[in-house]
Design a protein around this ligand. Structure first.
Ligand code: DGT
Ligand code: CA
Ligand code: CA
Ligand code: ZN
Length: 586
């Protein structure tokens, strides 16, 4: 087991102990242990093998033993016994906002609540409200939290869906009976959240393909299985649908099942207006519904379908009936950004605040990925829950980054870290650091992390005040939304975009799959005002560098091209752009 897996288990042990009502010092020891491991700058396996666990501050003997066991055997009897001593559903109660271990313990002991079903029943019977320390308001909040959870249980983050879909697509590609295959639906359109995963395959032997599909290792349950289609539930509880068609039908099936439904409807209407019929089986010279092969207008690719309807090709990300038909008719569909255009990310964290990677590890990862630069923008002091930095620490970090860059230069490595901060926008709209410190940094991202309940006018005023600061390069995650988890706070996004346009401030497209903020629907407005986009990973771990690809997918949905995006620039050009706002140049 690696450090992150071990840290997760220690964290869970802490929670389980709290649920059992153990002494708080003991529970905290596990949480601190988890934190200490997360901050480790080298592989845990190495530390254990060399017998150096005892040198990590905050790890007592008992914890060291348990960590060693986990690292070397991957198991820990103490943890398994602890888990078995409590009902399995109890931990899921903690997924309800506002329900911590203390409350969960009381619900379990006083009301016999062991899972979400029994919790819901207890709330509906009013028994939770009567419990000491709970009350009607808490009960209502719990019920509301459960409703929210149910509403979103069947929607998934794009990243989750991609993680299960890609190995299946790879497997399909390799199967000898598969001629062509692709994902379709919302996944292919790169939607920010996904209902189910869709695959389209062409084959002469559909039964074989379906047989193979339902036997994929990630498949948990088979929901339905026919001669040409199947539906399964895969890991993470996501549904996946497969359709198998003949290769002649493939482009039509792919276009149809890619959607969106709104895009399909407009395509059908276009066909009808031209005396044709378009459906999932083909494009037919007919005035009524048909599948008659004699009437077929054959098309080898989706591109040809668009051509036959008098359109230029529409990339899947744009198929939302969001202006693409006018552009497809005029031939003004832009050449959209590609994720390989991106040269680095300008909003990221390190172990100096709440990130899991040290500066050295970041350099190693990003050099390996072939990126050119990476800004380190740790949190500022007001974000104490995220270990925000005090000004002296920021200055120490600047020195550390300069040293690393000097080393890179000496070694002839074409990569640089950039100094920076993700500075909190405070309740007043003032920034958490003074201008003098901000001016010393290469990259300043300003974000809201508190006071989410402010009125729309108040929040808009706060953010615009930050936008007007000449040291602020860009606004981070403008609405604070966490997809499937937390609604955006209220803010007049158009007003903020206008202020950014007036001041030469950029807006982040936060590529973390739970944010994708600014929303893709607003980028056409932003670029029409001349506002530039920065596609940022907001990385807290090495693997988050992969978010650049997801962010580019969302950027494509927002019609963004290379010229709209700042972090496609090589470093010297980026430095020039970073200097512009401060100098008053436009
Ligand atoms: P999702 O799964 O909710 O994230 O969204 P989609 O777009 O993947 O929807 P899904 O899986 O229900 O269907 C895949 C595509 O099939 C959809 O984008 C368009 C097409 N489709 C499904 N139902 C209809 C329909 O009733 N009419 C039309 N025109 N197209 C449909
Ligand atoms: Ca779907
Ligand atoms: Ca589907
Ligand atoms: Zn942030």
């Amino acid at each position: 087991m690696n450090k992150e897996q071990v840290a997760d288990i220690l964290q869970e042990i802490g929670i389980l102990l709290e649920l059992k009502g153990e002494n708080p010092f003991k529970t905290r020891a596990y949480q601190n242990g988890a934190r200490a491991l997360e901050g480790l700058a080298e592989p845990l396996e190495k530390v254990v093998a060399e017998g150096r666990l005892g040198q990590i501050p905050g790890l007592g003997d008992a914890l060291q033993q348990k960590i060693t066991q986990l690292v070397t055997t991957g198991r820990l009897a103490y943890y398994e016994d602890l888990k078995a001593s409590l009902p399995a559903g109890l931990l899921t109660l903690l997924e309800i906002p506002g329900l911590g271990p203390k409350k969960a313990k009381a619900l379990y002991e006083k009301l016999g609540v062991t899972n979400l079903e029994t919790l819901k029943a207890a709330c509906e019977q009013g028994r939770v409200a009567e419990l000491a320390g709970f009350g009607k308001k808490t009960q209502d909040n719990i019920l509301q939290g459960m409703e929210f959870r149910e509403k979103y249980a069947s929607r998934h983050h794009l990243h989750q869906a991609l993680t299960v879909a890609e190995p299946i697509l790879d497997a399909l590609r390799k199967h000898p009976d598969v001629t062509r295959c692709s994902t379709a639906g919302s996944l292919r359109r790169s939607k920010e959240v996904i209902g189910d995963i869709d695959f389209v395959v062409s084959s002469k032997n559909p039964i074989e393909v379906i047989d193979y599909f339902v036997k994929q290792p990630s498949v948990l349950t088979i929901l339905a299985r026919g001669d040409t289609k199947a539906s399964v539930i895969v890991e993470a509880g996501i549904q996946a649908d497969l359709r198998v068609v003949s290769d002649g039908e493939y482009p039509f099936a792919l276009a149809y099942f890619t959607g969106s439904k709104e895009h399909n409807i407009a395509m059908r209407q276009r066909a009808i207006a031209r005396g044709l019929r378009l459906n999932e089986y083909g494009l037919f010279r007919s005035n009524e519904e048909t599948r008659d092969p004699a009437l077929l207008e054959p098309c080898e690719t989706e591109d040809e379908i668009y051509q036959k309807l008098g359109f230029y090709y529409v990339p899947p990300e744009l198929r939302e009936d969001h202006g693409e038909f006018v552009a497809a008719e005029q031939g003004s569909i832009p050449r959209l950004i590609e994720w390989t255009d991106l040269k680095g990310s300008l909003h990221n964290h390190s172990t100096w605040s709440d990130g899991r990677q040290s500066l050295d590890e970041i350099v190693q990862t990003m050099v390996d990925l072939g990126l050119s630069y990476w800004a380190v923008t740790d949190h500022s002091q007001a974000s104490f829950q995220a270990h925000g930095l005090r000004p002296e620490r920021v200055r120490e970090q600047i020195v550390a980054i300069r040293e690393i860059n000097k080393k890179l230069e000496n070694e002839g490595i074409d990569f640089r870290l950039l100094t920076g901060t993700e500075v909190d926008i405070l309740g007043t709209g003032d920034l958490d650091f003074d201008d003098e410190l901000l001016a010393e940094l290469e990259v300043v991202v300003a974000s809201v992390h508190s006071g989410f309940t402010a009125s729309e006018a108040e929040m808009t005023r706060r953010i615009i005040k930050a936008v007007e600061n000449p040291n602020v390069h860009m606004i981070g995650h403008l609405t604070g939304r966490l997809l499937l988890e937390r609604e955006p706070y209220k803010v007049d996004q158009h007003a903020v975009i206008d202020a950014c346009a007036a001041t030469g401030t950029w807006i982040e497209l936060n590529a973390s799959p739970s944010r994708f903020d600014l929303d893709w629907r607003l980028w056409q407005y932003a670029t029409s005002k001349g506002v530039k986009c920065v596609i940022n990973c907001d990385a807290h771990r090495a693997e988050h560098a992969g978010f650049l690809r997801l962010g580019a997918g969302i950027a494509r949905k927002g019609w963004l091209t290379k010229k709209d995006v700042i972090n496609v620039l090589p470093l010297p050009d980026l430095r020039r752009e970073l200097a512009k706002k401060k100098s008053g140049a436009k």
